[in-house]
Design a protein around this ligand. Sequence first.
Ligand code: ZN
Length: 294
Amino acid sequence: MKKNKGNKKAQILTIIVFGLIAAFSLYFGNDITNSTIGTPNGILEISYLDVGQGDSAYIRVNDFDILIDAGPRSDSDKLMEQLKEKNIDDFEIVIATHPHEDHIGGMTKVFDEYDVESFYMPKSTSTTKTFENMINAVKNEGLKVQVIKEGMSFDLGDGAKLEVYSPIQDSYDNLNNYSPIMKLIYGNNSFIFTGDAEKEVEEEVLEKYSNNLKADVIKFGHHGSSTSSSEAFIEAISPKYGIISCGVDNSYGHPHREVLEVINKMNIKTYRTDKQGEITITSDGSNIDIKTEK
Ligand SMILES: [Zn+2]
């Protein structure tokens, strides 16, 4: 093929573009088997925010501000108040676990108030206005929706990473089951996040990732509903501490008696947003400290 002057330029551009992609994949995405972890040299902070009958957690570690879900729209002012106290400049990562309103209703407000650098959700859709508004907010931010799925690992700097164990299937009948089951690791401490993933997915994760599951803290799936938190799954995690995110006197009866029985049986010290408000955990990579608003 005939060469021209533009060729060299194109080559350099290609190197730059792919170099950038490589840098980004180091930054955010590895697969679990290849991911490494350094030594923590700071403090990890996780806030399980009080968003009524919904779910939202804020994580600050190294240079990362991360939001997992944004609660329902009805409690978005409350969400904003709690976030504002934390002096967050922007969010490096925002994750929507699945398209239900009690998890994504507050998202548009988050995008209104903060710059967001990357947005992840499972490969699931919904025809609701809430979902549409969230996708528009992502687009208006100039971002593409990135798919979160099993096998991914987010490198979060010294001593910190986020491993993703589900969704494993390409599609589920129940939207709850798209919720990623994930583990945040900081030094020797680790924290399981579950969204609303139900027992069916817990079983899939148990089958594939049983050796990864042990953790200090679990946020119980689906607001403490009996559709989640099978004994086998909780046993594999063997957490010292548990978190339940649910609303005061909620109409679903969350948390359910079956889950409270598992908690009692395994002697898991459990905190609830309906009783204690915002729950904040800090870790230096070896020791865990828990404070509650109420
Ligand atoms: Zn939910």
